[in-house]
Design a protein around this ligand. Structure first.
Ligand code: MN
Ligand code: MN
Length: 418
């Protein structure tokens, strides 16, 4: 039984409700703030309140314990911020497959769309280009990438597990699986509406150009092109590429290489931030100079640790969960607070400046990517804000002694240990 406080009475009276013994028994408390109270903890006297006798899909429901029974601090609604590659249809071809989650499937994701792709060893994602910029993360194996810039300068580069690539909007490129088992990777486009199946393909354009135009364009007899494919290749098996240095030299010719590399070995760089709770590695235009429109953080949280309460003032956050298990709670005006569960292959999305935190709820390291449509990573830490604000001011807000406020972390830890 909770005591009937003056505040409870005033709140209830203001809401025009009659203060009864029943409401008093369920008055809001620390950790259970709402009126009417929400959450399973408030139904102990009426257990049928939380059962679900209706149609069920237990396998699916078991993946979302915090949606099925939200913590009592959750309140209100929010547009769905969970999606996954795990239930996205795969376009499977000889040589690999692709699947995607765009804004058509995931309404909240306005700034970023995502693709998950596999290429077998030697297989090629054909030469193509598109309107959005493309950022890639290698989750398995290794990839050879090729691209050119508007000066005709080229990059031919190999990138391994944990590595990135970036191709600016409209610049043509290709990908080839070169690991022992090829490669699997994630693409992030800097536009939620960009789809992987709406790209400009070399094979499509060649097949749909009259032979005499091809002859004029390349300065060769039309029958040079007599055997070009009539249908798009998209993904197809290929021969393993030659030695990197020789391919780089041949592709560069007299034009040379692009000044900035198109790839970046993110996972092998020293951590940008390391605490007893985990590690963060940040790649944006300050260290991965090519990446002018995508900033990213590769975050590792040890079991029980917390990606601290924070927000991003400059862009929406698109998350990809690489390994482990997590729950994320997002806070918005209203108040609204909604919690959701994430597993490998899942996607999370947080609108610009909304507060959030991510807990490792598994027994293994949680690894995920935070991706932003921006030239740089920016975040505000709640504890850092309060540690760098006059203590007397903070103390009056939270009813905490200023001497205790002084013990808040003041180094922007990013990840707090269990
Ligand atoms: Mn592409
Ligand atoms: Mn974040």
């Amino acid at each position: 039984m909770q005591p009937l406080s003056r505040r409870n009475v005033l709140t209830a009276a203001a809401a025009g409700t009659v203060v009864t013994a029943s409401i008093a028994a369920n008055a809001q408390t620390f950790g259970n703030p709402d009126l009417p109270p929400q959450g399973a903890i408030n139904t102990r006297d009426n257990p049928a309140s939380v059962t679900d006798p209706g149609p069920q899909n237990p396998a699916l429901a078991s993946q979302f314990p915090d949606a099925f029974s939200p913590p009592p601090t959750d309140v209100g609604d929010m547009p769905m911020f969970w999606a996954s590659f795990n239930n996205a249809p795969r376009r499977i071809q000889n040589g690999g497959w692709a699947r995607q989650v765009t804004q058509a499937d995931f309404q909240i994701a306005e700034e970023i769309s995502g693709v998950n792709m596999r290429l077998t060893r030697g297989a090629i994602r054909e030469l193509h280009w598109h309107q959005a910029a493309e950022w890639g993360f290698v989750s398995r194996g290794a990839v050879r990438v090729t691209t050119i810039d508007t000066e005709g300068r080229s990059n031919v580069e190999d990138i391994g597990e944990g590595g990135l690539w970036y191709f600016a909007s409209g610049l043509p490129h290709s990908l080839q699986g070169i690991g022992e088992d090829g490669a699997e990777f994630i693409l992030a486009f800097d536009n939620g509406r960009q789809t992987e199946y709406n790209t400009l393909l070399l094979s499509d354009w060649m097949a749909h150009t009259p032979p005499d135009i091809l002859a004029l364009n390349f300065g060769l007899p039309a029958d040079t092109f007599a055997k070009i494919p009539l249908h798009q290749l998209y993904i197809f098996p290929g021969q393993m590429p030659g030695p990197l240095a020789a391919e780089q030299e041949q592709a560069a010719g007299a034009a040379g290489k692009i000044p900035n590399p198109s790839t970046f070995a993110l996972s092998s760089m020293p951590p940008t931030k390391k605490t007893a709770g985990g590690e963060v590695r940040i790649a944006d235009s300050r260290n991965f100079k090519a990446s002018q429109t995508i900033a990213a953080a590769l975050v590792k949280v040890y079991p029980g640790g917390l990606r601290e309460m924070h927000w991003h003032p400059n862009a929406d956050e698109w998350q990809y969960y690489v390994s482990g298990e997590a729950t994320m709670t997002i806070f918005n005006t209203g108040p609204r607070a909604v919690t959701q569960n994430f597993k490998p292959g899942d996607i999370g999305y947080v609108k610009k400046s909304l507060g959030h935190y991510i807990r490792n709820t598994g027994n293994t390291d949680l690894v995920f990517l935070e991706i932003f449509r921006s030239d740089r990573f920016e975040d505000i830490s709640l504890s850092d804000w309060l540690a760098h604000t006059p203590r007397a001011l903070v103390a009056q807000h939270l009813n905490i002694d200023p001497a205790v406020v002084a013990r808040f972390p003041n180094t922007k830890p990013a990840i707090m240990p269990l």
